[in-house]
Design a protein around this ligand. Sequence first.
Ligand code: MLT
Length: 396
Amino acid sequence: MKIKTNVNFGNIRQTYLFSEIGSRVRAYENANPDAKIIRMGIGDVTLPLPKTVTDAMIKACEEMGVRETFRGYPPEYGYAFLREAIAVHYRSLGVEVDTDTIFVSDGAKSDLGNIVDILGNNPVIIPDPVYPVYVDSNTMSGNSITYINGTKENGFLPLPSELTEQIEGSVIYLCSPNNPTGASYDKDSLKAWVDYALKTGSLIIYDSAYEAFISRDSIPHTIFEIEGADICAIEICSFSKFAGFTGVRCGWTLIPSSLMAGDVSIMALWKRRQATKFNGVSYPVQRAAAAALSKEGISACESNIAYYKENARLITELLDEKGIFYTGGKNSPYVWMECPEGCGSWEFFDRLLNEVQIVGTPGEGFGKGGDRYFRLTAFGSLENTKEAVRRLKEFL
Ligand code: MLT
């Protein structure tokens, strides 16, 4: 063919991090078919959906099979019942939001990648280590990225005061509780970022996919708890980790109507983008998501989260015992540990897989700042987590 392709793809890694891990694990499995591998790599949930959620999904499927209740294309920005349920969720966090500012999606990952469509080639500020989607989607669009380093010294919570220069009109990505480090900004630190964005005319893209794991009052569940965020921030959230929807797919993006770039409304651009490129989330999935936000649904989801948090506690208890530095595990399903004896993160990955048959995620996959760190997830079963802790106790 004589077409041109997007040359920016030459600037991202050949394979997506979790695809690379998957292929290494498959190769090991093929060579060792009897090995009892414990998976603590990708942050994928393992508990089944709460009954109240599956009941709602089944009922919605049945409605789709009856002429009178059948529905075709869903409303492009989400059914009113779900947008309202999400607004009520924000109200429970002490934040009033307009339902028209909530856009239902098939998950946070899609929106985090797609948001780049409506933004020009602005300077981009991204913490390192970080969820690879922010870096890859901006690189695919040819944007130049300034990294701000998460380190042991700043507890993997970099602040704008650590930037070597003030960058005007930038797009800043923040994720709290953070993927991969599990570290969480408190109100003052998040306010420092909001103040920075306001001072420099920048936009914050705030990924709150893990907010349901927060158990400390001083940690904000949403950036809109911070004054001024409504004129400088977009929030992207998900039902994946809160309600176990990794396989169901549903999330949302909240774009305040007061968010303006000059005289251009960011919300208007997103509406236009979504209307053109997205046909909405299926009715049964949106009913299931709304059920997850019902009183009964929230309580079932919270008990699943408590289960995962107990796994995280077991992992951090071991690291405390061994005197290994880590972040996360308290307000997060992720434990971000320092590799022992200065071991590199892929080397540690291979050693754990080969010697104790545990799969984790090498920190380097999240950026240079992760090259001596390793991420373990608490999303497995309690039984497997206990077994992994037993194996790690001997190994570390
Ligand atoms: C992860 O393991 O980092 C997450 O599961 C990835 C995701 O949510 O897309």
